[in-house]
Design a binder for this molecule. Structure first.
Ligand SMILES: Cc1ncc(COP(=O)(O)O)c(C=O)c1O
Length: 348
């Protein structure tokens, strides 16, 4: 399914930053082609001579709702879907603008991927960072600081779910309890990596919607860029059950000259691509925090990743490249008959 290609000369931030002779692994930007449907939709659009302002159409909101119903069995009201012509980091910033003045601090759980603190600093919002609490249980080493969140009387709480950087998939109970601890403040559940979880994760998706039933104080962020590896097309969406907050977010966006209408590939054919791509990622196991790497049940199902690592000379802890095979230039691919996932032909 995936063809050979090079990213040289494509303006890739990741590879430009890494420099010659290094394998770039610092950004969630996979060296896989995006779904063919995205390229096809862009070509169709580019074939039209007019490039005016886009509009968010109801059919596009329904596409998002359909995705969650079909893939995850979770009902998302299409009216909640805001189609945003920018990346999720910008969405967090605009949400902060929309709920200003915050009645309490913004709170995030640390470690975090870096963006929450950066955005709060840029917005001049008071930020309280609450570390994950060690449990002493190696099978489940950390838990959310729920009491600390509630005691902060937060205006807004930000959580990445799955958690970046630890890889933790928060349980339904975790997310429900955090939404309660945040209330009446807003919980921003950043689920941009949610579609890359292994299906065995046993948590509904989008988690925050499923476990709070569309509570008014919960906003969920999803990313076309992360799910389909097309982050160069600034496009994400927010699920905002509260109609008043949707209006405030629209007004905050207008203040920056931004309007709803994302760069969508209007296609239903992304599912197969995503499934294949997931065969190349660690699939967000329940827990893969630093120092706790192991190959549990999920890894067995994700065995093509292990084979790729072996093929490329990578180790689970390090990233020493093998002599003949880099992620950018893996030569030829075939679909494995057992897993129905792409594997390099050379990997046997
Ligand atoms: C959890 C999480 N949220 C948001 C983002 C921001 O994504 P973008 O840079 O596309 O805005 C990232 C980026 O890696 C992320 O990991």
């Amino acid at each position: 399914m995936f063809e050979r290609f090079s990213r040289a000369g494509t303006g890739s931030a990741k590879w430009a930053r890494a420099g010659a002779g290094r394998i770039a692994m610092g950004v969630a930007d996979m060296d896989l082609p995006g779904p063919p449907a995205v390229g096809a939709a862009l070509r169709v659009r580019a074939g039209h001579p007019a490039f005016g302002y886009p509009v968010a159409e109801d059919a596009d909101r329904v596409l998002v709702a359909d995705w969650y119903r079909r893939r995850h069995g979770v009902e998302v009201d299409p009216r909640w879907v805001m189609l945003l012509p920018f990346a999720p980091g910008t969405a967090v910033r605009l949400l902060l603008e929309a709920v200003r003045p915050l009645p309490g601090p913004a709170v995030c759980v640390t470690p975090e991927w870096g963006g929450f603190a950066r955005v709060c600093r840029a917005a001049g919002v008071e930020l309280r960072e609450l570390p994950l609490l060690p449990t002493g249980d190696p099978a489940d080493p950390y838990r959310l600081p729920l009491a600390g969140v509630a005691a902060s009387r937060p205006g807004l709480v930000m959580l990445s779910s799955p958690h970046n950087p630890t890889g933790r998939i928060w349980s339904a109970a975790d997310v429900r309890a955090l939404a309660a601890a945040a209330a009446p403040g807003l919980l921003v559940s950043d689920e941009v990596h949610g579609d890359l979880r292994h299906p065995d994760a046993e948590v509904p998706q989008p988690v925050a919607v499923a476990v709070t039933g569309g509570a008014a104080n919960v906003v969920t962020l999803g990313s076309v860029g992360k799910t389909f590896n097309v982050s160069g097309l600034p496009s994400c969406f927010a699920l905002v059950p509260d109609a008043g907050l949707r209006e405030r977010l629209t007004a905050a966006m207008a203040g920056f000259g931004l309007w709803e209408g994302a760069c969508w590939a209007r296609s239903r054919s992304g599912r197969r691509w995503r499934r294949a791509a997931r065969g190349w990622t660690p699939c967000w196991p329940t827990w893969c925090g630093p120092g706790s790497w192991r190959w549990p049940r999920w890894a067995v199902r994700c065995w093509p990743v292990r084979r790729l690592r072996t093929c490329c000379g990578w180790t689970a802890r390090g990233s020493a490249p093998g002599p003949s095979c880099s992620p950018a230039v893996t030569s030829s691919w075939r679909t494995d008959p057992i897993s129905d996932r792409p594997v390099p032909a050379a990997c046997g």
